[in-house]
Ligand binder design. Structure first.
Ligand SMILES: Nc1ncnc2c1ncn2[C@@H]1O[C@H](COP(=O)(O)OP(=O)(O)O)[C@@H](O)[C@H]1O
Ligand SMILES: [Mg+2]
Length: 359
């Protein structure tokens, strides 16, 4: 049976975020609704809240947009509320309070049929344990989501074969999951999610159990897929390096709240508080911060000489250019010199003594 639900009328524009989340709460425990409704209870620290009410506020008053085509990373330590948050987006977990919209459509108002369509067609989830079906071949595992959708056999095999190739598993179509390595199994799970061609992919720590090298492979794979398709992704991780590598923007969670939301450069360059500062302390700043951080106006005799770097070049890249040329580098944008970076300014970024970025 193919679903033929008509989308309800709604106002969308090119700028409508894929997900818009406002004041979202998820409280576990007895009579959870009273927590967000009562400012005094809502403000209690987690331990005290648990003591007084028996409730855990896994997600506390969280607001953010996921923009079309971005990789939106939710990062935080274990227990900070990441999984609960991402499950709320498609109501695998029912929110306690707040608003969620996908493409302008109210997710909390959806009936069961509409929710099923949301999960099957629009927002596909990729879990850490993919739940592959052990007795089915790679091809049939990848086709599984299409089968649920009611797509005919020939069409779903064709689509599955295409996705298997896309994630680099050509030649393995007829193996079973038990005959694959951990990394290959992850690829099957990824291909399965891609096969239904969802508007947004939701990843909940998919690579956490992998060996570091395989993990890096899978990260590269996600970056490559994103570059090729521009598909919107929400990616959950507790790993800062992974967050910095994959995220266009990162929401850093602590005890159910978002303590900072920004680009990797904003989070590393301008931590919002001591918690974030401690979190990012050991990040190699020169690999995250861009030359804009270290730039000064060009002197009259500098605008036409020296190596050129892009405005989004990292400080590490600029250091290499400056060292090679033995002269300050010009930051060039479409033929225009925005400023220069010299070795002193670049070193200050590495040392962490540079003034905060203006942006
Ligand atoms: N079904 C549940 N019942 C009660 N508490 C839960 C439930 N699911 C999660 N929690 C609690 O909510 C908090 C956030 O959990 P979770 O979203 O799994 O965090 P993360 O994914 O960041 O590790 C934790 O304190 C966890 O114990
Ligand atoms: Mg989790």
């Amino acid at each position: 049976m193919t679903e033929t639900l008509q989308p309800p009328a709604r106002q969308t524009t090119a700028d409508t975020p894929v997900f818009a989340v406002q004041g979202l709460w998820k409280v576990f425990g007895p009579r959870p609704e009273r927590i967000p409704a009562d400012p005094e209870l809502a403000a209690l620290p987690p331990a005290e809240l648990r003591e007084r009410t028996g409730c855990t506020a896994a997600v506390r008053d969280v607001s953010f947009d996921v923009r079309k085509g971005e990789v939106f990373v939710v990062m935080g330590l274990s227990g900070s509320g990441k999984s609960t948050l991402v499950r709320c987006l498609t109501r695998l977990v029912e929110p306690t309070a707040g608003a969620i919209a996908i493409d302008g459509e109210d997710v909390r108002a959806m009936d069961r049929a509409r929710l099923r369509a949301l999960r099957r067609h629009r927002a596909a989830m990729v879990f850490q344990h993919f739940g592959l079906l052990p007795h089915r071949t790679v091809l049939d595992n990848v086709a599984y989501g299409l089968e649920i959708q009611g797509v005919g056999k020939a069409r779903r095999r064709e689509k599955a074969a295409e996705m298997v190739a896309k994630v680099g598993l050509e030649g393995m179509e007829h193996r079973r999951p038990g005959q694959l390595s951990g990394g290959q199994r992850q690829r099957v799970g990824l291909a399965r999610a891609l096969a239904v061609d969802p508007e947004v992919l939701l990843f909940d720590e998919p690579f956490s159990a992998l060996d570091p090298l395989i993990r890096r492979d899978m990260q590269e794979e996600v970056i490559r897929l994103h570059r090729e398709e521009g598909r919107t992704m929400v990616f959950i991780t507790h790993d800062l390096q992974e967050a910095l590598k994959l995220g266009d923007r990162i929401a850093l969670m602590r005890d159910g709240r978002i303590v900072q939301l920004g680009t990797p450069e904003e989070i590393v360059g301008s931590p919002a508080d001591d918690y974030v500062r401690a979190f990012v302390r050991d990040v190699p700043r020169e690999q995250v911060l861009t030359v804009r951080t270290a730039m000064r106006p060009a002197a009259a005799d500098e605008a036409g000489t020296g190596p050129a770097v892009r405005p989004d070049a990292t400080v590490a890249e600029a250091i290499e250019a400056v060292a090679r040329a033995g002269a300050p580098a010009r930051v060039m944008d479409q033929g225009r010199c925005l400023g220069v970076v010299d070795s002193d300014a670049l070193l200050e970024v590495v040392a962490g003594t540079a003034p905060r970025e203006a942006a």
